[in-house]
Design a protein around this ligand. Structure first.
Ligand code: PLP
Length: 437
C-alpha cells in the first residue's frame, strides 16, 4: 500500500508511524502506546498546521531552527532552481561550486572579525565533531599531540554524534550509550572551576574549551556578564582554543547576529547549523580564525582527511544564502532583540500574576520561565510536562526542561514574530498557568 500525500486516513498513518518510524529523541514506549501526537502538514509564519487543520504557534521555532518562520516561498524557489541546475556535485579536494563559495564569503562577512574560513557540514553534531577533530589535528600539526582534552560546561548540549555527545554536560544524553569518546570533561560555569581544572590536568593536555553562548537544551542559561571574557583570557594564557557552539544562538536568535557578540569575545572556532538555513535544508559549518587557517596552510603535510559527502551541499548552500538575505532584508536581528524584550516583559507580567512563576529570563528570542513549587505539597512533581500539554491543547508549542531537577519552560519563537503574536503567546500561557495553579 502506498502513501499518496495525505489521502491515506490518519489512523493508517498513525499505525505506520508506530511500526516503521523510530522517532528521534522520543519515548519509544509512549509512541507505541499513543502513536504520533501531531502530524504536521503545513507552516506559515510562526504557525504550524496539523493534519486536522488545527493551528499552533511554533514557540520553539520547531527545534530552535526555523528562524525566519515557516512557509517562505522564496526559499522553496531558490532550492528548486538550484536543484534543477545543479542539485549536487562534490567539493572534495580541488572541486568546487558557486553556492558554497558565495556562502563561505557571506559567512566571512557576517561573522566576528578574523573568523573568515568555513568547513561545511550537514548539521550541528557534525559541526562539533569536526571542531573536536580539527583542534586535535591542529595541536598534532603544532607538535603537541598530547593536547587533546576537550572541556565543556555542565548543563551543556552539543549534539548526538559520538564526540558531540561526549562533550555534552547533560548526563541523560551521555547515559544513552556506553563507552563514549575519551578525554571529554565538564566543569562548573565559573572561571575558577576552569582554572582549577587546568591546574589539575595541565594545559599541555587540553586542546579546547567549548561552550554555547547561551545554553539552550539545558534550560536557557546565560552566564554572568564577564564569564566568557575571563574564560577567553584563561584560554589565551594557556594555549587552549575556544570553540563557541553557536548552533542555536547563531543567525539572530539572541538579538545579535551571533551569540558571542553579546559577551564581547571572538572565539577561535565557531560551530553553526540550524538558523543558517532556518531549517529549510540541512546544513552546518565550522568557522575558523585566520590564525588557525594560516597555521593549517603552513603546517599541513598531507591530505586534510576529513570531509562529509554533503560538506557544502550546493542546494543547502543556495538556501542558506537566501535565508541570510531574508534575515538582513527584513532586519530580523533587530526584530529578535525588540521582540525578545516584549517576550520578557510578558514573562514578567506572568510572574506577577502567578505564584508558580519563579525566575524569568530572555536574551533576544531565547527565553525561560522557571516554575516555582517550593513549599507547596500539591506540586511534588515537576509541573512543566502538564503545562506543555495544556499549552498544546490551546495551540502553543513549547518545551519543558526537567533534567537534573529543573522545572523550566523554554521558548524560542521564529525571529520574525510580531508584537501581536508575542501577546497571543503570553495570553495562552496566562490561561494555562491559571488552570494548572
Ligand atoms: N549544539 C547545540 C548548542 C544544539 O542545540 C544542537 C541541537 O539542538 C546541536 C549542537 C546539535 O545539532 P544537530 O541536531 O543539528 O546535530
Amino acid at each position: 500500500e502506498e502513501i499518496k500525500g495525505l489521502q491515506v486516513d490518519d489512523h493508517k498513518l498513525a499505525e505506520w508511524d508506530k511500526k516503521h518510524f523510530l522517532h528521534p529523541t522520543s519515548s519509544i514506549k509512549q509512541q507505541q502506546e499513543e502513536g504520533p501526537a501531531l502530524i504536521f502538514t503545513e507552516g506559515e509564519g510562526i504557525y504550524l498546521k496539523d493534519i486536522h487543520g488545527k493551528k499552533f504557534i511554533d514557540g520553539l521555532s520547531s527545534l530552535w531552527n526555523v528562524n525566519v518562520g515557516h512557509g517562505r516561498k522564496e526559499l522553496g524557489e531558490v532550492a528548486a532552481e538550484q536543484m534543477s541546475k545543479l542539485a549536487f556535485s562534490s567539493a572534495f579536494a580541488t572541486f568546487s561550486h558557486e553556492p558554497a563559495i558565495q556562502l563561505a564569503k557571506k559567512i566571512a562577512d557576517i561573522t566576528p572579525e578574523g573568523l573568515n574560513t568555513v568547513f561545511f557540514t550537514s548539521g550541528g553534531s557534525e559541526s562539533n565533531d569536526t571542531a573536536f577533530k580539527l583542534v586535535r589535528h591542529y595541536w598534532k600539526l603544532k607538535g603537541q599531540p598530547d593536547k587533546k582534552k576537550v572541556v565543556s560546561r555542565k548543563k551543556s548540549y552539543h549534539g548526538v554524534a559520538m564526540g558531540a555527545t561526549s562533550a555534552t554536560g547533560l548526563k541523560p544524553f551521555r547515559d544513552f550509550t556506553t563507552s563514549l569518546a575519551p578525554d571529554f570533561y565538564y566543569v562548573e560555569s565559573s572561571p575558577e572551576a576552569f582554572r582549577a581544572f587546568i591546574e589539575t590536568e595541565g594545559a599541555d593536555t587540553i586542546a579546547a574549551f567549548i561552550s554555547e553562548p547561551v545554553q539552550g537544551t539545558g534550560g536557557v542559561h546565560f552566564p554572568p556578564k564577564d564569564y566568557f571574557k575571563e574564560i577567553k583570557s584563561i584560554c589565551e594564557e594557556n594555549d587552549i582554543l575556544f570553540i563557541a557552539d553557536e548552533v542555536i544562538t547563531g543567525f539572530g536568535r539572541t538579538g545579535t547576529f551571533f551569540g558571542v557578540e553579546q559577551f564581547g569575545i571572538i572565539p577561535d572556532i565557531m560551530s553553526v547549523a540550524k538558523g543558517i538555513t532556518s531549517g529549510y535544508a540541512a546544513l552546518g559549518g565550522v568557522i575558523i580564525s585566520e590564525k588557525i587557517h594560516q597555521d593549517l596552510i603552513d603546517l599541513s603535510d598531507g591530505l586534510f582527511m576529513h570531509g562529509y559527502t554533503y560538506s557544502g551541499h550546493p542546494t543547502a548552500c543556495a538556501v542558506a544564502l537566501k535565508n541570510i538575505e531574508i534575515i538582513e532584508r527584513e532586519d530580523l536581528v533587530a526584530n529578535s532583540k525588540a521582540m525578545g524584550e516584549e517576550m520578557l516583559a510578558g514573562f514578567k507580567w506572568l510572574q506577577q500574576e502567578h505564584d508558580i512563576v519563579g525566575e524569568v529570563r530572555a536574551l533576544g528570542l531565547m527565553g525561560a520561565i522557571e516554575i516555582f513549587r517550593e513549599g507547596n505539597e500539591r506540586f511534588a512533581e515537576p509541573l512543566s510536562p502538564k503545562i506543555v500539554a495544556e499549552s498544546l491543547e490551546r495551540g502553543l508549542i513549547h518545551r519543558g526542561v526537567i533534567y537534573e531537577g529543573a522545572d523550566t519552560l523554554i521558548f524560542a519563537p521564529p525571529i520574525n514574530i510580531n508584537k501581536y503574536e508575542i501577546n497571543k503567546m503570553i495570553n495562552i500561557l496566562h490561561d494555562v498557568l491559571s488552570v494548572v495553579e
